[in-house]
Write a protein that binds this ligand. Structure first.
Ligand SMILES: [Zn+2]
Length: 111
């Protein structure tokens, strides 16, 4: 799950942190920081957390409410799984629903 790089860019500019410095802080390549800078790539949750901690902050200080939005299931707002935007239960329900839709379509095509 990735989060927008825009708030991090703003933070970097506001505090006059160079691309090289941020790359070192984040433990990523300068190329990656450049991609964040032109917003062609989001920041992964793990890196976002790492950057914030190394700056002596929490991710919330940089991303605000967006940070919490990516941490919770889009459907039930419970704690979500680490992959996708859903919790395990909602992800399972989505798979079941997809199967039901598939079955309905097959029945319709017989009629
Ligand atoms: Zn859920």
């Amino acid at each position: 799950m990735k989060i927008s790089s825009a708030p991090l860019n703003d933070y970097r500019q506001k505090h006059s942190i160079t691309v090289v410095e941020l790359a070192r802080i984040a433990g990523v390549s300068e190329r990656t920081v450049s991609r964040w800078a032109n917003e062609s790539s989001g920041v992964s949750e793990e890196i976002a957390d790492q950057v914030a901690v190394r700056l002596g902050l929490t991710p919330y200080d940089i991303w605000g409410d967006d940070w919490y939005r990516i941490l919770w299931c889009r459907v039930c707002l419970g704690p979500r799984d680490s992959t996708g935007g859903l919790c395990l239960e909602c992800a399972a329900e989505k798979r079941r629903a997809a199967k039901r839709v598939g079955a309905t379509k097959r029945l319709e095509s017989c009629a």
